[in-house]
Design a protein around this ligand. Structure first.
Ligand SMILES: [Zn+2]
Length: 235
């Protein structure tokens, strides 16, 4: 959970406020213990310590490189054992945080996880059946598509070529690609609502994003299946 740690924390060495830089004291440069700091807080200089979904990616990258240099374990070779361990932990956290935050989908998954609505790949166990369950509005299309895929695989096994079927599947792939693009655009709208909304709007945006991510994962698997099937050469 995202405890508002950064707002209350001070440097263990000089007691300066760590609000804008929880991993590294902005005043004396000492590395700080990073337990309990979330990814958004790790990049407080960019996010203000808030779980925001609209981020300045150039600023994120600059801050990542700046902190990577300053937190590098080599710099703490002569520091106390505690500081050495903290620099390792802070570096690991920084790498994980950067990887997750620079990607809009992973950023959203992380936010949902933070808010107890995790749907990320790492939580797939809970939603595994959802991954293979078509969204209700796509049931018919997916059924049709699976029949065509089955037919294609059968043809491939028999060494037969059916250009009309290939054309249908190529069209289907483009169609589902389009739906995927729509999901991404809907996710961006919900992200904007999350960033600017009050508590009620935010709760609604979280819910929408959770189901959009489920839909996205489903569509992505589907598009991959079609692509793979079309790329398989007939024997
Ligand atoms: Zn300090």
């Amino acid at each position: 959970m995202d405890t508002p740690r950064t707002n209350e924390s001070n440097c263990w060495a000089c007691h300066a406020s760590l609000a804008a830089s929880p991993l590294l004291c902005p005043h004396c440069g000492k590395v700080q213990p990073s337990a309990g700091i979330n990814y958004f807080q790790a990049f407080a200089a960019v996010t203000g310590g808030q779980p925001l979904l609209t981020l300045d990616l150039a600023a994120l990258e600059r801050e990542f490189h700046r902190l990577s240099r300053k937190l590098h374990p080599d710099r703490f070779a002569r520091a106390s054992e505690g500081e050495q361990a903290w620099s390792l932990a802070a570096t690991a956290l920084l790498n994980d945080a950067y990887r997750a935050l620079k990607d809009p989908v992973q950023r959203t998954e992380y936010l949902l996880e933070l808010k107890g609505q995790g749907v990320g790949e790492q939580n797939a166990g809970r939603n595994k059946s959802a991954d293979r369950q078509p969204p209700a509005d796509l049931l018919e299309e997916v059924f049709e598509l699976n029949m065509q895929l089955e037919e294609l695989r059968m043809n491939q096994k028999m060494g037969e070529d059916d250009p009309a079927l290939t054309a249908d599947l190529t069209r289907a792939q483009a169609h589902f690609d389009g739906l995927l693009a729509q999901v991404d655009s809907d996710l961006a709208s919900q992200a904007a609502l999350w960033d600017s909304g009050d508590d009620t709007a935010r709760a609604a945006a979280l819910k929408s994003m959770a189901s959009l991510l489920d839909r996205r994962r489903y569509l992505r698997n589907l598009v991959r299946d079609v692509k793979d099937a079309l790329a398989t050469p007939a024997l």
